[in-house]
Write a protein that binds this ligand. Sequence first.
Ligand SMILES: [Zn+2]
Length: 243
Amino acid sequence: MKKINTKILKRAACVMAALAIGGGALYYSINKIQKVSPVSAGVQTDKPVIILDAGHGGLDGGCSTADGVPEKGINLNILLCLRDMLIVNGYDVEVTRDTDTSIHDSGVEGIANQKSSDMDNRLELFNKYSNAVCISIHQNQFTDPKYSGAQMFFSETNSASKDLAQILQNNFVKNIQPDNQREIKQCGKELFLCYFCENPTVMVECGFLSNPDEAELLKTEEYQYKVAFTIFESINEFMSRKK
Ligand SMILES: [Zn+2]
């Protein structure tokens, strides 16, 4: 019971945060949170869809803190909070995963093949709608623990991705990392989702798990909410500039 209550409280906190700060039209519906849509390429909808990806999942933990906390769970916590903020403010949202899992096709054998299938399925969702905005949430890691700070990666596949990346980078500095002097960075094919997605897409590296101070922050719910809100605010800003 304790676990269930904690989960409900977490969701309520996200929704209350978005209500308090967002102030937009309310279309909140529990049905939308549970929505599962059929997959078909290039669907056109009346309003933009926000596609959220929590990097890694299942056997693939991604990078981890010095004490072994993998990024996959941090990514997921931020995604779930961000999803609630977006839904309560009237956005249509779809996610690549909302549990600790790989989304490879059933029947695929071997870790490498499963990873490949998993990434293909994530990309398929990113390209499912012709008017989507896509965010992939990750944590960073480097051999030298002194490095810290969020950094946004984008591809020129869609010309608007750079604008979205700059808005995100600016808001991370404004909201939570005033000393962050990182610049947005263009990626190539090595960042599969960014490069091959045809919609505006940014890979958000929220911080470095190899930096002890930043890792401690990223493990806390309070900081995860702040990161989620910063991404939420950036999507709002990007959407309002597009109008
Ligand atoms: Zn990652």
